[in-house]
Unconditional design. Structure first.
Length: 146
């Protein structure tokens, strides 16, 4: 029955979204901890799950244009279970998007911090070179050997 297929796909989507939610939470932890090598591994795993979700979404496409009221269900309970799974999936998707946004904000913050530190190091290096050049122009020996 077509509605049974829809229920099966809705359950699979819910399970994939549960996994993605766990991965998104781990991703946020890894970003916050600054562990970029583990972040790359996690992103590779997450991409595989995203690919599974994309395939599942394609399988759901034929159901999108249907009027839910015209579907034949084996029971009211089966229909309600499918509906609850879809709603839970939508809630998970919202949570995943929130976690992704938090991760993005944290990555931007970290990038800006690194940029500021690099600019400070560059400024210190330029000052050091200017000091050495000025000392050389005046004939001072700034070597540490002595």
């Amino acid at each position: 029955m077509e509605s049974e297929r829809l229920a099966q796909l809705a359950l699979c989507k819910l399970q994939i979204l549960q996994l993605l939610r766990r991965l998104a939470a781990q991703q946020l932890e890894v970003i916050t901890g600054g562990d970029m090598s583990n972040l790359l591994k996690l992103l590779a795993s997450k991409q595989s799950v995203m690919d599974q979700l994309a395939k599942l979404e394609q399988q759901l496409d034929p159901f999108r244009g249907q009027d839910p009221e015209t579907r034949d269900w084996s029971s009211t309970a089966a229909r309600e279970t499918c509906q609850r799974n879809v709603e839970a999936g939508n809630e998970l998707l919202s949570e995943i998007m929130r976690l992704e946004k938090q991760g993005e904000v944290e990555m931007v913050r970290r990038r800006d911090d690194v940029s500021t530190r690099l600019a400070g190091m560059h400024g210190a290096s330029e000052a050091r070179h200017a000091y050495i050049a000025a000392a050389a122009a005046t004939g001072l020996d700034l070597s540490t050997e002595g």
